[in-house]
Write a protein that binds this ligand. Structure first.
Ligand SMILES: [Zn+2]
Length: 344
C-alpha cells in the first residue's frame, strides 16, 4: 500500500486505488496528492477519515464502500469538488446535517453542492435529513446543497420515511429506495421532473404518490402491500372538523391570495408557517387542509397510461378534504378500507 501511495505522490497521480488493502485508517500522505480526482478506498476496515482530506481540492470520486464507518464523516462536507460518493456496506445509522448542509443558516455555500451520485446502500440508516436540500422559503437566498444530485441510492437500510424535501432535488434521474421500511412516499416526488427510474420494491407501501406525472421509464414496486381494486359501496356521514382544522383551512386559503393580510403577515410567524407547510390540497376541489383528510387512491395502468412494458395496475395516493368531495359524482377516486372492516 505504502508503495502505491509513494508512486502516486511522485507521479502527481489523478487517481489512486487502495481497494482491499486491509487498512483501518487512511494514511495522511494521501491528502498530499494534490491533483487526485479519484480515490478508491473500498473493501477495507476504515473507521474514520483524516481531517486533512479537504486538501484534495480536485477530488471528484470517493469510494468508501465496504468499510467500518459508523457515521458519514463530517469532513466529507468540505470536499467541494466531490461528484460521486459511495458509502455502501458500512454501519452508518444516520446522515448528519452537517455533512449535507446546515439548515439553521440560510446563506451558506452549499456543502457537497456538486454531488451527482450518492450511494448509501446496505447501511442501517433510519432517517434522511430534510437538509438534503436547504429549505427555500419565499425570498430567502437559495443556495442549495445537493441540487445537482442525479443518482441517490439508499437500498437496504432501515428508512421509515423520505422527507418531503426530496422534491427539491430536481435533477434526480434515479432513486433507489429498495428494501427499506417505507409505508408511504411524499407527494412532492412529482417535483423531481427528471426522474426516469424509481426503485421502491420490498417496502410496506399501500399506494404510490403521483408518479404518473413523471416521465418514468422504469418502476420497480414488487414486494409491497399495494391496495387492490375491489370496489365496495359505502355511505358516509359528513364529518365534524375540529376548530383547529377549520382555522387552518381558512388561513391556508387566505394565504393563497397574495394581497391578503394573512399572506403578508405569515412570514412573521415562522412556527406557524412551518406547521402550515404540512398542509396539502384536495384532489377534487383543490381546497387546502391540514390534518384531516380522506385517504383515497386512483389506479394507473403502467402499459395503458404510461406506455411501459408491464401492464401492472398501481394505486396512486390521493387525499380528499371531505366526504362531501368524496360523494361528488364523476371522479375515479376510491376510499381505502381494510378487508376486516367490511367482514363485520
Ligand atoms: Zn375537496
Amino acid at each position: 500500500m505504502a508503495e502505491s501511495v509513494v508512486r502516486a505522490l511522485y507521479g502527481k497521480a489523478t487517481s489512486l486505488n487502495l481497494n482491499s488493502k486491509k487498512m483501518t485508517d487512511v494514511p495522511k500522505c494521501v491528502c498530499a496528492i494534490e491533483k487526485l480526482s479519484v480515490l478508491l478506498l473500498n473493501n477495507n476496515s476504515i473507521r474514520s477519515l483524516p481531517a486533512e482530506l479537504p486538501a484534495l481540492r480536485h477530488l471528484a470520486e470517493l469510494n468508501l464502500g465496504n468499510n467500518a464507518l459508523k457515521e458519514i464523516p463530517a469532513v466529507l462536507g468540505h470536499l467541494e469538488s466531490l461528484k460521486k460518493l459511495y458509502l455502501f456496506r458500512n454501519q452508518i445509522t444516520a446522515v448528519p446535517p452537517e455533512v449535507i448542509g446546515n439548515s439553521t443558516c440560510y446563506v451558506l455555500t452549499g456543502r457537497l453542492q456538486n454531488l451527482v451520485v450518492l450511494n448509501l446502500n446496505h447501511n442501517q440508516i433510519q432517517r434522511l435529513p430534510p437538509e438534503i436540500k436547504r429549505y427555500i422559503h419565499r425570498s430567502w437566498c437559495c443556495v442549495c446543497s445537493l441540487s445537482n444530485l442525479q443518482h441517490l441510492s439508499v437500498l437496504d437500510n432501515n428508512l421509515e420515511e423520505v422527507p418531503a424535501e426530496i422534491g427539491h432535488l430536481t435533477k434526480l434521474s434515479e432513486i433507489n429506495l429498495t428494501s427499506n421500511k417505507l409505508s408511504w412516499l411524499p407527494q412532492q416526488l412529482y417535483q423531481c421532473k427528471d426522474l426516469t427510474k424509481l426503485h421502491v420494491a420490498r417496502n410496506q407501501l399501500s399506494s404510490l404518490p403521483e408518479f404518473h406525472l413523471l416521465l418514468l421509464r422504469e418502476l420497480y414496486c414488487e414486494g409491497n402491500m399495494l391496495v387492490h381494486c375491489q370496489p365496495l359501496p359505502s355511505v358516509q356521514d359528513a364529518e365534524v372538523l375540529t376548530l383547529k382544522e377549520l382555522v387552518a383551512r381558512f388561513v391556508l386559503l387566505e394565504d393563497r391570495n397574495r394581497s391578503s393580510l394573512v399572506h403578508r403577515l405569515l412570514p412573521h410567524y415562522p412556527r406557524l408557517t412551518a406547521l402550515l407547510a404540512r398542509g396539502s390540497c384536495c384532489a377534487i376541489c383543490l381546497g387546502p387542509f391540514l390534518t384531516t383528510w380522506l385517504e383515497c387512491v386512483h389506479f394507473i395502468n403502467l402499459k395503458k397510461d404510461m406506455k411501459m412494458k408491464t401492464s401492472l395496475t398501481i394505486p396512486v395516493r390521493a387525499l380528499l378534504c371531505s366526504y362531501k368531495c368524496f360523494s361528488t359524482p364523476g371522479h375515479a377516486y376510491y376510499g381505502v378500507a381494510t378487508r376486516e372492516i367490511h367482514d363485520h
